[in-house]
Design a protein around this ligand. Sequence first.
Ligand code: BGC
Length: 270
Amino acid sequence: MSYSPSLLKGQKALVTGSSSGIGESVARQLAAVGASVVINYHSEKDEAHKIVDDIRSQGGTAIAIGANVAHEDEVKAMFDQMFREFGTIDILVSNAGLQKDAPFLEMTLDQWNLVLDVNLTGQFLCAREAAKEFMRRGVKPDVSCAAGKIICMSSVHQVIPWAGHVNYATSKGGIDLMMRSIAQELAPHKIRVNSIAPGAIKTDINKPAWDTPEAAAKLLTLIPSKRIGEPDDIGKAAVWLASDDSDYVTGATLFVDGGMTLYPGFAAGG
Ligand code: BGC
């Protein structure tokens, strides 16, 4: 099934960290079904503007805004600019995230703090700004039956412990309870809050895990579906969670992981 090109017509979306990878796909797919999108970037300004140009050349609406989501003042300035240009926000996809991997005994406080600041605090700051605007504006029935939708980009590592990546796994575990607590608090106001937990998706963040045949073969032993994911697998899930088709879904995590969380080792053991 393909989505109608007007599924999200009239809706304004912000996708953090959308100058590449999963965020880029989410932004492009939201735009393809009619949403006006903010491409948020941290350092990849040219890449962000190229995506804006592409979306516009296909008849869509997009702008690029630079901001480090870990910095409260930059987050506020980004939302202010979005409101000046688009008027409001209907959909937040909190996607910006990074890895700074190290064995536990060697992990520095800077590595710990950076990952927690961007992956977790960044999502808190963006969700809070979006929620304030959802509450102020309320439901516009001709736009959506929700007052707003927040989609948190989590990871299979919100449930799978990950040696050598304790900062990253901790940030994703934190997203789970942050998302569900916000969902519980805001549901009475018709604000839906959900997560997507991607598995191994082919992007720059995990390139060493898939860009040689040996690495890819090893990775596939962890994926029952025997396919490494593509960014569009996540983009499609985000479109559904942003749309009124998922109106009764809140506080949920949608695992899009080819079965990575299904304990693949047990397929032939236990
Ligand atoms: C990580 C990737 C990893 C995947 C599956 C993601 O959240 O960012 O590096 O390949 O989880 O382990």
